[in-house]
Ligand binder design. Structure first.
Ligand SMILES: [Zn+2]
Length: 291
């Protein structure tokens, strides 16, 4: 739908810093074809799902306007080129120049929610904590997997922050953050074999790879290493980087999600691996559990 008043700046987001509540102003209310409405605020603590890389699901919580508390049914990244608002179906990646990116809070009934109204956001804390733990463990597990698979590479490929061949980056097909865990799917097809990954050897060493990854994870959790999100600005479209000071290296990678502030908040993290042949290609699934 076209915008009567253009939205000219990204939503300012505080969830990367761990915020659970925020106060803001309603900028726009977009009626959706399914009867729900998308509410855009100037600032929010609510983490939205990014349809381009939907790894971490949206927070759960409420949007309160004029004393009425509305459950937020979902939250998605929206984008506007100044004339129209795309709610979860933007034709560009989040952060693309020339576009403005906003958090769309989806409510069942927007009666009484008007542009200019003050709005309070409250995120359900237990759900957020479980997703933050799952996301932090997911990143650690990918680093542990890279090291555990390092011996299977026969050619030089890009390396991760700890100096291991970056299997995770080269093979990842889908990543899903779950409460206190994650499920990552890797595709080991022709192109990965051409890059030098000895896929035929993987089934025979899967148990050993799993044990190595779990030993690394245990050591990292015991180190209580600090975790932080660094960012270039508060806008939703700004680049954000996950950073963890592991005992042997500071590791960083791009990340739009939420995290713990220290590995000391975990008591453990473990992975299990399983291989399957899908459409002629090998798929490796890594299930990570954080406790
Ligand atoms: Zn991430």
């Amino acid at each position: 739908m076209s915008l009567s008043t253009p939205i000219v700046t990204d939503t300012l987001v505080s969830y990367p810093d761990g915020a659970l509540v925020s106060s803001g102003t309603v900028l726009h209310v977009e009626p959706l074809p399914d009867g729900r409405a998308a509410v855009v605020l100037d600032r929010t603590a609510f983490h939205p799902v990014d349809p381009v890389w939907p790894d971490q699901p949206a927070d759960q919580g409420t949007l309160t306007v004029a004393g009425v508390s509305h459950p937020v049914l979902d939250a998605v990244v929206g984008a506007t080129d100044g004339t129209s608002l795309f709610v979860g179906d933007a034709p560009v990646r989040t952060g693309t120049d020339g576009w403005v990116f906003v958090v769309c809070h989806l409510v069942a009934d927007a009666t009484g929610i008007e542009p200019g109204s003050a709005a309070e956001i409250a995120v359900e804390p237990d759900g957020r904590r479980a997703l933050s733990a799952g996301h932090t463990a997911c990143h650690l597990a990918s680093l542990a997997l890279n090291e555990s698979l390092a011996a299977l590479w026969t050619k030089e490929v890009p390396r991760d922050g700890r100096g291991n061949p970056n299997f995770d980056q080269l093979a990842i097909e889908e990543s899903r953050i779950l409460p206190n865990g994650s499920l990552d799917t890797y595709r080991i097809g022709k192109s990965l074999r051409k890059k030098g990954f000895a896929a035929a050897e993987l089934p025979g060493v899967l148990d050993e790879v799993t044990a190595t990854a779990n030993a690394l994870l245990a050591g990292w959790v015991a180190s209580s290493a600090p975790v932080a999100i660094a960012r270039t600005g508060e806008g939703l479209g700004e680049r954000r980087t996950w950073r963890c000071e592991l005992p042997d290296a500071v590791v960083e990678f791009p990340c739009g999600g939420t995290h713990l502030t220290s590995l000391g908040e975990l008591s453990g993290a473990r992975v299990s691996l399983e291989l399957e042949t899908v459409d002629g290609a090998l798929e490796l699934r890594m299930r990570t559990t954080a406790s």
